[in-house]
Design a protein around this ligand. Sequence first.
Ligand code: TRP
Length: 334
Amino acid sequence: MKNDKNKIVYSGIQPTGILHIGNYFGALKNFVVLQNQYKCYFTIVDLHSLATNFDPKEKLKQIMSLAMDYLAIGLDPKRCTIFVQSHVPEVAELAWIFNCITPIKELERMTQFKDKALRQKKNVNMGLFDYPVLQAADILLFKAGLVPVGEDQVQHVELTRDIAKWFNARFGETFSLPEALLTESPRIMSLTEPLHKMSKSMGEKSYIALTDDAKTINEKISKAVTEPSGVIDEKKIKDNPGMMGAYNLLEMLRLLGNKKQYDRFRKMKKISYKDLKKAVAHELADHFELFRKHRAVLEKSPAKVQKILEIGARSARLEAVKTIEEVRKKIGIR
Ligand code: TRP
């Protein structure tokens, strides 16, 4: 796997507001590691985010907020390229070209589309349907080989491979086939409905935002759903919200790296959830303290953040232009 090191990594997150610890353990934590191993692009995919209901007055704030999250969590613009998707217009052009070689029936299979269309019945727009093609354009524009994503995005990466194959077959070898990189990406569950994945859609009490202070974390964790038995029976957790809730708290301890505490609670015949919650809240507050400090500094210097995004876009465009020129020639418009 030696030449793996030469692979390019691409991933993006939609700017839709604050990030929670599910986003951290599922994505950001891996990004921070990957930037030291590969040439990486980490994008703020604003164009994708337009397909879901949004307020134009909020969008720029959301973009800046995600940029600050990226930087505060430890993405280093010297080690990776951080940019806003719409600052690289070539991506939209490539998406259009891909549209013209992608059969509609392939997009109709996408489970994310079906889920999202159900969630916003009044706004089932073309962007929502075409979302995976734009994602393919993101990835292939930078000739990325590895795409760190969660389980729910695997189908989109597979479609990206198909689009690359269709393009190559019709216009000549241009794109190599990217792979999804599924690093251990544990599912952090909702605090209030532990049978569901942590998500912003279930209300503020259901998630821990990366920006939550110690007091807020304490309040939210102390109210997290568990159940009175103090026993975690692996066979029962799948349909027992309280047990899953308790298991979720234990998982957080493990993921936060406090093995000693984790083992201590794990060994208890009857776990004291009060103590467990105290320990989890403490670890969480501690783990993201530096992030919060770093972010508070960045919030005071938005111009600096904008500069980083500008430099990122400039360097991303250098690559983007190369690919799009090659594509234009291959399809015969130049
Ligand atoms: N669809 C991804 C998500 O919702 C975000 C995304 C857009 C992305 N473009 C991408 C992820 C390219 C990886 C690569 O999580």
